[in-house]
Write a protein that binds this ligand. Structure first.
Ligand SMILES: Cc1cc2nc3c(=O)[nH]c(=O)nc-3n(C[C@H](O)[C@H](O)[C@H](O)COP(=O)(O)OP(=O)(O)OC[C@H]3O[C@@H](n4cnc5c(N)ncnc54)[C@H](O)[C@@H]3O)c2cc1C
Length: 446
């Protein structure tokens, strides 16, 4: 048995960050990735990550988590061309109006998904004990002959033996099927799909094309579930994505793409694309439903097995949470290995992984149920909370910076939703109710 050697299935963001956490704990790691290695000069989208052509925002919590795991990564990302920006400088059209503009909030580094992954891959594969095997598709799991470890079966080469396997193969993970074949039972799955679609297109435009604004975000609303973003990325380029649900899913055709942007609640994105030069055709992506496997509920969990990232819980990407949750899970793994791994540690860690996904899951599915069933009014605590966050959002749309920051903290997973009950925010909501709200936040100077 190769005690101390771990096999990670998938070299996406979750797999790479997991490998980083394992290596830092002194384990030898082999990452098996079905895609071939990078071939071109610049990081490029690849088949195993079809979402790689769409914008990938790393929430502030995710940036902090990755920096904690791989110190200096933020600076490396910027050196590689990532664009640092402050979310307070985004022209942000929320459900109830424009967010206050131009006061500092949270830092982001805006880059394409292939670049973020490239920089993380370079860092992780440089760690002692990590090797990445590309062109290695895993097709199943079997118990090793001794019964205490695993044989990770490959479609294209010899099986790899190990005492710990981590499945990080993403949304298309076959782990539920593999576990059923191993006699571990059927895992229950929760799914909420608001049928969001993306159409992303790369443009060239000068960095200051929006004046003082660092980028544009137009959120979909219940009345019009269609929106979009324009964000600067490496190489003097901008990534523009149209986003919409159901019959509002954006099209692939370039002219219809332009038409879609011009019908949004504000012309900011259409105006931007009219002044920028397209470098690619629109690329569409429609696999966005929230999906969560409840492995932690299986009566028996096999020793030496973990599952992380989208394989465990995939979110509607509109809320930008996936990489952040994967990074938090990597930190939990690091901490668990530091604590020591007594019997049953995998199951305990799996429960912690699941808990890390709880709040983002509530945020994403709560919003998506509202999009899917527009007349639905949640009851009980969820309903009360929804109405309260609506009050805070209304306040922000009328210029209250403190209310906006409380919303930002929850959105960036930096604080629990209870921060929306900050006494100063509560007082402002009551004042607004009694004395009327100030004028709406003006549209940022775009
Ligand atoms: C349209 C869209 C936009 C998104 N935007 C954001 C965003 O703004 N912010 C954010 O945080 N998240 C975003 N996400 C989510 C994000 O892509 C994932 O949450 C994140 O990449 C973590 O995923 P992962 O590593 O678990 O899976 P993936 O990134 O999908 O990686 C899985 C890896 O496993 C490999 N693999 C699969 N099967 C096998 C196998 N059998 N053998 C070997 N290798 C295998 C694949 O090739 C791939 O490399 C978005 C997702 C979509 C769909």
């Amino acid at each position: 048995m190769n005690t101390g050697r771990t096999v990670v299935i998938g070299a996406g963001m979750a797999g790479l960050l997991t490998a980083g956490a394992l290596a830092k704990a002194g384990r030898t790691v082999i990452v098996l990735e079905q895609d071939l290695g990078e071939s071109g000069e610049a990081p490029a989208p690849r088949p195993g990550v079809p979402q790689g052509r769409q914008p990938h925002v790393l929430l502030h919590r995710g940036l902090c988590a990755i920096e904690e795991l791989l110190p200096g990564l933020r600076a490396q990302l910027v050196a590689a061309g990532g664009v640092p920006l402050d979310t307070g400088d985004l022209a942000w059209l929320g459900e109830r109006g424009w967010a206050p503009f131009g006061t500092p909030a949270f830092e982001l580094v805006s880059a394409t998904r292939p670049l973020v992954e490239h920089v993380v891959r370079e860092r992780v594969t440089a760690l002692p004990g990590v090797s990445l095997l590309t062109g290695a598709r895993v097709r199943g799991l079997a118990r090793s002959p001794s019964g205490s470890g695993w044989l990770v079966e490959r479609a294209d080469g010899p099986a790899v033996s190990t005492d710990l396997v981590v499945d990080a193969s993403g949304r298309s993970s076959r782990l539920p099927r593999w576990l059923a074949l191993l006699g571990c039972g059927e895992v229950s799955t929760s799914a909420v799909d608001a049928r969001f679609g993306y159409a992303g297109r790369v443009y060239h435009a000068p960095p200051d094309v929006l004046g003082r604004a660092a980028g544009i975000v137009v959120l979909p609303t219940r009345e019009l579930p269609a929106g979009g973003v324009a964000l600067p990325v490496e190489g003097g380029r901008w990534l523009v994505a149209a986003v919409g649900a159901g019959e509002h899913r954006p099209p692939r055709d370039p002219e219809e793409f332009a038409g879609f942007l011009s019908r949004l609640r504000d012309p900011a994105l259409a105006d931007f694309t009219a002044r920028a030069r397209p470098l690619t055709e629109p690329a569409v992506h429609r696999r966005t439903g929230n999906m969560r496997h409840h492995y932690e509920r299986l009566p028996h969990w096999p020793a030496g097995l973990l599952v992380t990232g989208d394989s465990l819980c995939a979110f509607n990407p509109v809320y930008g949470q996936g990489i952040t949750v994967a990074a938090q899970q990597a930190l939990l793994l690091r901490d668990a290995l530091a604590e020591g791994t007594g019997p049953g540690w995998e199951r305990r860690l799996l429960r912690r992984f699941a808990r890390a996904a709880d709040l983002p899951w509530e945020i994403a599915t709560g919003e998506d149920l509202g999009h899917r069933e527009r007349d639905r009014r949640p009851r009980g605590l969820a309903g009360l909370f929804g109405r309260w966050s609506g009050e805070v959002d209304r306040l922000a749309a009328h210029g209250d910076v403190r209310a906006q920051r409380a919303l930002d903290r929850v959105y960036h997973l930096m604080a629990a939703p209870s921060c929306l009950f900050d006494p100063r925010v509560v007082a402002a909501v009551v004042r607004g109710r009694l004395m009327g709200l100030p004028a709406p936040t003006p549209r940022p100077p775009l």
